[in-house]
Design a protein around this ligand. Structure first.
Ligand code: SF4
Ligand code: SF4
Length: 585
């Protein structure tokens, strides 16, 4: 695996600033407590900052202690999600980045990469190297530490470890990565001992005793102004859309904030929840609890066990092969809207620009291209995760309601428990009770396609095509065959998509003037590609219901776990467009 980080991504303004007087984070130019001007915090874009929960602080503390012998952190710590191969968060306090907490996929553990000022605060008793006097200036001027310049190194250092470099009088002058273990360093006559990441002499030993109550006070006006804008947006959008409205609730923080905002605007919306069948139990429980406690109508649609049926056909989902989003999310969404909002619906959805490039480009109001009649609107499009959390901390008091408990167990986003977009770190935080069942599927697929253990256990299954940062190339080729036998009546029904169907003989049909023969191979007098797709779709249909949304004639229903084409079909072929069986062939 190459040591690569994703390129810098700008999705919006970096909002985090710091009041040095109160020593706490502020999301605007003036501190709401002391009225001082705040300072910009230099961090890595996109800057979707969030509070560290006690779990995160403890994880950080343990990791730092293991590596450096000492750890000290205040209660108010901000985390900044940095684009990386797996989980990596910048850890921020005192108005600057103290280091980065990174999950190492190969080693399956976290490591901490400190900055110089923080290394000076913790004064490492492990993971340190002492440079001789002659190496101090070159290091401060940007050189790496060579082996002859090492006069001492703590004995446990292994190649690849993050280390702190001291001057002979034990002042921290740099931090970096060990290129040798400690014995090699001490004996080494040549070669690089430490590749320096950060250099300098810097100290800041303040440990803030601010609390989250203080942070709320410091940001009160800023959050209030965001809420006012969001409430105006909600009123305006409802007025202009002319559609019934609802809140799409996933059980995550963004949809919770969206729901509270709609309540703040004075509405009592129904909430809808798509249970993908892959939700953590905590999430399902939480969604129902919120609906009950807020006395809101809950409309739930369940994907059932479609994932487990579909995985044998598609293989494991991957970041570049997300069939599951279609079958487990889009299909049930389509059904829910069809059943409950036949005239269309304005859904308030908790989407934010800081989440992804795609969402940054989307704007605050959009038409769902996949679900006819659904207009999405996000009142929190320009909020960072810290805006969301400060608002939720405030609402928690008002409603006596907490957020999904998974956030207190290391999760920064809530989704399906085996989502391929998850970091490996999250799979380590909590494994669902069905994880073994999923792992069996991975193992079977791996043995069929000659994939190694790293693909199964090292998380490489999350990419269908080898990502460009990885050196281990693998290729997955799927060959899916037709099995006509036993599927004749479904095929005959699906041929309606092409045109009016006449049965001419045994496995011989005419559809829309095209003659079709279903033998070993599918043959037709015309449009053979289309005919094959329709036959293939009929055989493999898993009843996800996505095609129902595409059909303006309402000609499709789900019967016996498969789509059924009714007599109102006008052969427009629209239902061929998004069928996952065809798209992910
Ligand atoms: S979208 Fe509806 S009308 Fe068009 S071909 Fe499919 S079933 Fe028929
Ligand atoms: S035919 Fe319709 S229900 Fe069947 S898999 Fe395709 S989109 Fe889903």
């Amino acid at each position: 695996m190459r040591n690569a980080c994703a390129s810098v991504i700008y999705l919006g303004k970096i909002e985090l600033r710091w009041c040095q007087n109160c020593n706490l984070p502020v999301l605007g130019k003036t501190c709401g407590i002391c009225n001082s001007d705040t300072e910009e915090v230099k961090l890595t874009p996109p800057g979707d900052i969030r509070p560290a929960f006690p779990f995160d602080i403890e994880l950080c503390r343990e990791t730092i202690e293991k590596q450096f012998g000492n750890a000290i952190l205040p209660d108010i710590v901000i985390l900044n999600d940095v684009p990386s191969i797996d989980r990596m968060d910048e850890v921020i306090f005192n108005g600057k980045v103290a280091g980065a907490l990174q999950y190492d996929m190969e080693e399956k553990k976290f490591r901490f990469i400190p900055r110089v000022w923080f290394a000076s605060v913790i004064k490492p008793s492990r993971g340190f190297v002492v440079a001789d006097e002659g190496a101090v200036l070159p290091i401060l001027n940007g050189s790496n530490l060579l082996a002859p310049g090492v006069i001492d190194a703590s004995p446990e250092i292994k190649r690849g470890n993050e280390v702190v470099v001291y001057s002979p009088d034990r002042e921290v002058i740099g931090v970096g990565k060990a290129y040798m273990d400690s014995r090699e360093m001490e004996k080494g006559k040549h070669g690089m001992a430490v590749k320096i990441r950060w250099k300098g002499i810097e100290k800041d030993e303040r440990i803030s005793n601010a609390t989250w109550d203080d942070v709320l006070r410091a940001n009160e006006n800023i959050i209030a102004s965001r809420v006012n804008k969001a409430v105006d947006f909600i009123h305006r959008t409802i007025r202009e859309s002319g559609l019934p409205h609802a809140v799409s609730f996933s059980g995550g923080k963004d949809s919770l904030a969206t729901l509270f905002l709609v309540l703040d605007a004075g509405y009592k919306p129904p909430i809808f929840f798509i249970n993908t069948g892959l939700e953590f139990e905590e999430t399902v429980r939480y969604v129902r609890e919120i609906a009950e406690k807020l006395s809101l109508k809950l409309i739930e649609e369940d994907a059932g066990d479609i994932f487990w049926k579909a995985i044998d056909f598609f293989g494991p989902p991957a970041r570049d092969y997300r069939w599951c989003c279609k079958t487990c999310k889009l299909g049930p969404t389509t059904r829910l809207i069809r059943k409950n909002f036949p005239e269309g619906v304005l859904s308030f959805i908790g989407q934010r620009r800081y989440e992804s490039e795609q969402r940054a480009k989307k704007g605050s109001i959009w038409k769902n291209p996949w679900v006819e009649g659904q207009v999405g609107a996000s009142p929190i499009q320009n909020w960072t995760a810290l805006h969301i959390w400060l608002y939720l901390f405030k609402k928690q008091r008002e409603y006596k309601l907490k957020w999904n408990e998974l956030y207190e167990h290391g999760f920064s986003r809530i989704g399906c428990w085996l989502c391929p977009a998850s970091d490996m770190a999250e799979f380590e935080f909590r494994k669902h009770k069905d994880w073994k069942k999923f792992e069996e599927k991975l193992k079977n697929f791996a043995s069929k396609h000659n994939l190694d253990e790293r693909w199964v256990y090292g998380g490489m299954w999350r990419w269908r095509h080898t990502p460009n940062w990885d050196d281990g190339k693998y290729e997955i080729k799927e060959e899916r065959k037709y099995t006509i036998k036993g599927n004749e009546s479904t095929i005959e029904n699906f041929l309606k998509i092409i045109g009016e169907v006449n049965k001419l003989g045994d496995r011989e049909y005419e559809a829309g003037g095209i003659k079709i023969w279903l033998g070993e191979e599918v043959k037709s007098s015309d449009r053979e590609g289309l005919v094959r797709d329709v036959v293939y779709k009929a055989i493999n249909c898993m009843g996800c219901g996505i095609c129902m949304a595409k059909c303006s004639r309402n000609a499709i229903s789900i019967k016996g776990g498969k789509a059924h084409i009714g007599d109102d079909c006008v052969h427009c072929l629209k239902c061929m467009e998004e069928c996952p069986v065809i798209v992910f062939r």
